[in-house]
Design a protein around this ligand. Structure first.
Ligand SMILES: Nc1ncnc2c1ncn2[C@@H]1O[C@H](COP(=O)(O)OP(=O)(O)OP(=O)(O)O)[C@@H](O)[C@H]1O
Ligand SMILES: [Mg+2]
Length: 461
């Protein structure tokens, strides 16, 4: 890295963004202010001297018109000493041998002789005469002489000095104002960023995702980029808070729900530890109960893990066709529940029904619905699964769901009074709805006409 870039990098690291923005804005405005002042100064100076030079040219022409070319060289007019007679002129021959006895007023140089000989072009000079600023014009005259005309340049010089002073003051004020402006721009422009930073820092320090960034009032859609960033930051915080709360509730629910089966497990295990004091029947019953409870707890823990996993970012979605997926699930259920007759009806226009999703999760959803229907069906009554473009329905002829239970069946660990005798932990429907929502689909429960429960999965769109 070059030394300059390293210096730049260190500068960026040390200064906060606000200072850098203030300095950059101020520098840009200051540069323009100073540039304009310098340009104005140059124009004023040029104009003042141009006027002076025009006067000198006119005087030289006048001398050429009014005088005889045979005149002796030497001083023509004036002294250039007093403001009352600010002009003076002299004629200089090409050859120094022809110089008059009296001294010249204005300085004569080799270049003057060259102009007299016609070898050089006329020119202007700025010089100091009798301690005063003077402007002089040297041009060809007659048959081999040069005429030099001079004018005191006090007024032009004073004008230039005054312009310099005034423009310096204006430029200085401009630089000062640009500094203030830069500071103001960076303060107001970066205020939302400062709020965002403060909130992010507060969250990092307190680990509390309930904080939000204050947004300026105004209609949505008309915000600037920083406000939009703050709004999406707030949205992200809301999601984070929701997910943290959900995880916390899941852990709380799980630990609460696991306590009962674990206590029963421990009781049975302690009972079996004193197996020598039990009769054979007692021992068998205890070990049977232990095995069943172990299965239940294992199932519950597996479901919990699945529920928790569903809140992680989804793996890549693929286009899932529902008809083959449902057929596969129903086939598997037939193996599981041999005493339950399953019917599957797919309307022709639903054969190609598909939406983006994760196949394994969707089969889990359908399996949970079909398993419930089979579990709650009296033996021999059918479970009807049908797929149409409107969605999937799973219907059984069991006891159905009581109206007071309907709002709760999708809650974690919720089991209706009548269902408590059957195996299960109350996680199946919670998981099913979670999967449905993750896919943008809707899952609802209702009482089927003529008795039994009816679950309806409506695909997204
Ligand atoms: N087809 C159904 N008929 C009647 N009640 C049902 C039906 N499906 C679900 N329910 C009621 O909803 C409750 C929750 O169902 P869910 O599938 O979440 O839990 P579960 O089947 O009891 O246990 P798990 O599915 O975790 O093994 C059930 O306990 C039951 O009361
Ligand atoms: Mg279930």
């Amino acid at each position: 890295m070059s030394a300059r870039r390293r210096l730049g990098a260190r500068w960026r690291r040390r200064r906060p963004l606000r200072t850098r923005l203030a300095l950059a804005a101020a520098a840009a405005v200051a540069l323009v202010a100073v540039g304009v002042c310098v340009a104005a100064f140059l124009v004023i100076r040029y104009k003042l001297y141009q006027q002076l030079d025009q006067n000198l040219t006119q005087s030289a022409t006048l001398i050429a018109q009014q005088r005889n070319f045979d005149d002796e060289p030497g001083v023509v007019t004036g002294e250039c000493r007093y403001l009352g007679a600010p002009a003076c002129s002299q004629i200089v021959p090409a050859d120094p041998a022809d110089d008059p006895a009296k001294p010249y007023l204005l300085p004569v140089a080799a270049s003057t002789r060259e102009v007299a000989k016609g070898q050089a072009a006329p020119y202007y000079t700025s010089l100091t005469l009798h301690g005063r600023p003077t402007r002089m014009y040297t041009t060809h005259y007659g048959k081999g002489d040069a005429v030099q005309v001079a004018l005191r340049a006090d007024i032009a010089e004073r004008g230039v000095r005054q312009a310099a002073g005034l423009l310096s003051a204006v430029g200085g004020a401009g630089v000062l104002l640009s500094g203030l402006g830069g500071y103001w721009v960076s303060r107001t422009g970066l205020a939302p960023v400062a709020r965002l930073t403060a909130t992010a820092e507060r969250i990092a320090a307190t680990r509390d995702a309930r904080h939000r960034i204050e947004l300026p009032p105004g209609p949505p859609g008309g915000e600037d980029e920083v406000t939009r960033l703050a709004a999406s930051f707030n949205a992200m915080l809301a999601e984070l808070e929701k997910s943290v709360t959900a995880q916390r509730r899941l852990v709380a629910d799980a630990s609460h729900e696991l306590r009962t089966p674990l206590t029963a497990l421990r009781t049975n295990a302690e009972l079996l530890a004193r197996a020598d004091r039990l009769t054979d029947t007692q021992r068998e019953r205890a070990s049977g109960a232990l095995a069943r409870q172990l299965r239940e707890v294992t199932g519950m823990v597996n479901d919990l893990i699945e529920l928790a996993r569903d809140e992680e970012p989804q793996p890549l979605l693929e286009e899932v066709r529902l008809a083959p997926l449902v057929a596969h699930v129903v086939d598997a259920a037939r193996g599981h529940w041999p005493q339950v007759p399953f019917t599957l009806h797919v309307t022709p226009d639903a054969e190609a029904l598909s939406f983006p999703g994760v196949p394994a999760r969707l089969s889990r959803l359908v399996t949970n619905l079909v398993d419930n229907a089979a579990k709650f069906s009296p033996p021999g009554t059918p479970v009807e699964v049908s797929l149409s473009p409107a969605g999937l329905t799973v219907r059984d002829h069991g006891p159905g769901i009581a109206a007071e239970d309907l709002p709760y069946v999708f809650d974690r660990f919720y089991r209706a009074e009548k269902a408590r005798a059957l195996p299960g932990s109350g996680l199946g429907l919670a998981m099913a709805r979670q999967i449905a929502h993750a896919h943008g689909a809707e899952l609802t429960a209702e009482g089927a006409p003529g008795g039994g429960a009816l679950f309806r999965l409506t695909p997204p769109g």
